[in-house]
Design a protein around this ligand. Structure first.
Ligand code: GDP
Ligand code: IMO
Ligand code: MG
Length: 430
């Protein structure tokens, strides 16, 4: 012990990569437990900037054992592209472990993801097109392929045949695409099997042993609370459990092994893709956040939708994840704003809601009720303690902490590793 879970508290891109990197030197294992290469995490180390997708951000910390656990869906080509690219930059990737029970993203999952979105037209989700949803759909309907299957060609072929029996009807008859050949898929998936074999293991055994030995294990979520399949803004969500519970089912450790749950949250809000977003801005303030915050997706390059901080979402994230700590990021981006509004509750058809409405219709109708804070002009990017913050920034941070009901344990004031204000130790016993 301790087992530390780190999740996104909003709609993703809160700065989870940077927060993981912050803890990197103090943890032994960093575990990715959900999602796949739909994620995009940025880590800035000195003059070097890394973008990680399928690999846990902890792979950049020397000595850390990076783990892709059973809850992840793995695109094997992407895995090796990312590993090769990191290796070419001098990163030691040799310790990576991959769960044999993790599911495989097959080429037909990518195809189905893209054609489904096209077919949905204006009802689309705005997915990353990486095959994530269809791979998880096959997992749940028991038609998926697992990493273990790659080492038994007979089983692999039989499973692909079974999957394509159905999917080719869908592709040809509904989507007007060509049928996928079994041989093509088998060949593509087996291309890297030998290289993969030494990395694949039962990662649940490894992680439980590490926890038994008193090592620090960090479980790093992809995506975020509001994109969680159960607790997010369904159906505009991703297809996995990105909340803290996912760390447990997605890695094969029990809930009693988790000591703390860190929620990473931006000082404002962004969202990529479609779906409701009550505090979204369509004016020059939104443009300011987009430009100042460099809010462009790391995976798809799409401009992120920007809006004010939403304390209803913060409270909701605290509740469904059982947050013990918050890491507040990108406070520096708000510098120069005359006023900084915060959504404190919603007005839904004339009724005030202090809690997040999980009914889709209500959330679509939610109008933010704002409380305004005075802005600040001072450059805070060099602040390294709370005392370095101007009064108005401090008031803003204190208000967010009070509204969310969770202590703010670190504050990001820039993308670089050292641009952080530590407030409380992030690794602590329960
Ligand atoms: P993730 O998906 O949660 O890991 O986040 P992303 O990497 O997609 O997006 C976060 C962006 O904000 C990245 O470009 C980070 O380098 C950057 N970032 C993280 N923390 C801070 C911060 O405190 N201030 C500023 N200005 N940038 C930050
Ligand atoms: P990180 O880990 C932001 C969004 C997509 C889309 C929806 C479903 O960097 O925070 P999917 O391809 O997962 O089926 O798409 O989820 N989405 C993300 N948005 N950050 C992410 O990851 C995301 N991963 C998926 O834009 O709306
Ligand atoms: Mg991201």
């Amino acid at each position: 012990m301790p087992g530390v879970v780190l999740v996104g508290a909003q709609w993703g891109d809160e700065g989870k990569g940077k927060a993981t990197d912050l803890l990197g030197s103090r943890v032994d294992h960093v575990v990715k437990f959900n999602g796949g290469n739909n994620a995009g995490h940025t880590v800035v180390i000195g003059d070097e900037k890394y973008a990680l997708h399928l690999l846990p951000s902890g792979i950049l910390s020397p000595g850390v054992v990076p783990v892709i656990a059973n809850g992840v869906v793995v695109d094997i080509d992407v895995l090796f592209e990312e590993l090769d690219a990191l290796e070419a930059r001098g990163v030691d990737v040799s310790r990576l472990l991959v769960s044999g029970s993790a599911h495989v993203i097959a080429p037909y999952h990518r195809t189905i993801d893209k054609v489904t979105e096209r077919f949905l037209g204006k009802r689309r989700i705005g997915t990353t097109g990486r095959g994530i949803g269809p791979a998880y759909a096959d997992k749940i309907s028991r038609a998926g392929l697992r990493m273990w299957d790659l080492f038994d060609e007979k089983i692999l072929r039989a499973k692909i045949e079974g999957a394509l029996d159905q999917k080719n009807h869908l592709l040809v008859k509904v989507y007007n695409r060509r049928a996928v050949e079994v041989d093509e898929v088998v060949e593509e998936l087996l291309r890297h099997a030998e290289r993969l074999r030494p990395m694949v293991t039962d990662t649940s055994v490894v992680l439980n042993k590490a926890l038994d030995e008193g090592k620090n294990v960090l479980f790093e979520a992809g995506q975020a609370t509001m994109l969680d399949i159960d607790h997010g803004t369904y159906p505009f969500v991703t297809s996995s459990n990105a909340t803290a519970g996912g760390a447990v089912t997605g890695s094969g450790v029990g809930p009693t092994r988790i000591d703390s749950v860190i929620g990473v949250i931006k000082a404002y809000t962004t969202r990529v893709g479609e779906g409701p977003f009550p505090t979204e801005l369509f004016d020059d303030k939104g443009e300011f956040l987009l430009k100042q915050g460099g809010e462009y997706g790391v995976t798809t390059g799409r401009a992120r939708r920007c809006g004010w901080y939403d304390a209803v979402i913060a409270r909701y994230a605290a509740r469904v994840n059982g947050l013990t700590d918050l890491v507040l990021t990108k406070l520096d981006i708000l510098t120069g704003m005359e006023k900084v509004p915060v959504c404190v509750a919603y007005d839904v058809d004339g009724v005030r809601h202090d809690e997040m409405p999980t009914d889709q219709t209500a959330f679509h109708h939610a109008k933010p009720i704002y409380e305004e804070f005075d802005g600040w002009w001072e450059d805070i990017s060099t602040a390294r303690s709370l005392a370095d913050l101007p009064k108005n920034a401090r008031t803003y941070v204190d208000a967010l902490e009070q509204m969310s009901g969770t202590r703010i344990s670190a504050i990001g004031v820039g993308p670089a590793r050292d641009q952080i204000i530590p407030v409380h130790d992030l690794i602590h016993p329960r």
